[in-house]
Design a binder for this molecule. Sequence first.
Ligand SMILES: NC(=O)c1ccc[n+]([C@@H]2O[C@H](COP(=O)([O-])OP(=O)(O)OC[C@H]3O[C@@H](n4cnc5c(N)ncnc54)[C@H](OP(=O)(O)O)[C@@H]3O)[C@@H](O)[C@H]2O)c1
Length: 267
Amino acid sequence: MAENFKNKVIWITGASSGIGEALAYAFSAAGAKLVLSSRRVEELERVRKACPYAEQVKILPVDLLETTSLDKKTADAIACFGHIDIMVHNGGISQRSLVIETDIEVQRKVMELDYFSYIIITKALLPHFAERKSGHFVVVSSVMGKIGTPMRSAYAAAKHALHGYFDCLRAEVSPMNIKVTLLTPGYIQTNVAVNAVTKDGKPLGATSGDIASGLSADAAAQQILRAIAKGAYETYIGKFGAEKIALWLNRFFPSVIIKKAPGLIPK
Ligand SMILES: NC(=O)c1ccc[n+]([C@@H]2O[C@H](COP(=O)([O-])OP(=O)(O)OC[C@H]3O[C@@H](n4cnc5c(N)ncnc54)[C@H](OP(=O)(O)O)[C@@H]3O)[C@@H](O)[C@H]2O)c1
């Protein structure tokens, strides 16, 4: 598998922690050249230094909520090594609050970060991929991109939107040798719940048992590299647990999860 990534230039957002950090180590070990982005420069520098081939890793600070900066940031990312082979859209935030209580500004913020920032960067990068007749968009969605459960309306809405947009994009660009892989992780051991926004935008500040007992970020990264190497359209990432069963049940028997299997609904 490593040969698929040797000397490939890969831009990863959300690379300062969790899944993005684990992806940085896995891609670097496979010989890739990396551009790492997120807001916290010190954390990006820590990740860069810990990469097996740190000299092949560059840092590009990006705030995905500063959407007017993203065209320029995309040009800066291309300039790091002269081109980009793989774009990993991963940076983002989750949410934990009931619909009835959630401030509309929280709904907007999650959509802006988890959806609009991805499509702005994609549109900025697409002419580069088209000119090269090559490129791969990798999109970290979620099981919540396929189903809806309590307390996650903003997050599930943004993740569902990614599937609509990137499925359309794939249909448009696959004749140009441009690939699109959507990933739907289940529970992965990261700070995603700790950082999740609540009804008024404040972080939740605590993790959940489901995430604490989920797949390690390093193991998730290995599954993701395999999915990218295969050029998968859409792949579940995680343990064979309740969330994978919920995905399948929701597809074929959507009423069962709410009425008959509430234990599959995450707390
Ligand atoms: N862990 C799970 O169980 C799980 C399940 C399904 C999907 N996911 C998805 O996996 C992706 C990565 O999350 P994670 O689990 O690794 O959580 P995480 O540890 O909280 O990582 C989130 C990353 O996003 C970055 N980020 C947050 N706000 C940003 C902003 N405004 N601009 C730029 N970067 C920003 C953070 O970096 P800075 O703070 O440095 O900016 C951090 O690197 C997310 O898209 C999440 O929805 C996670």
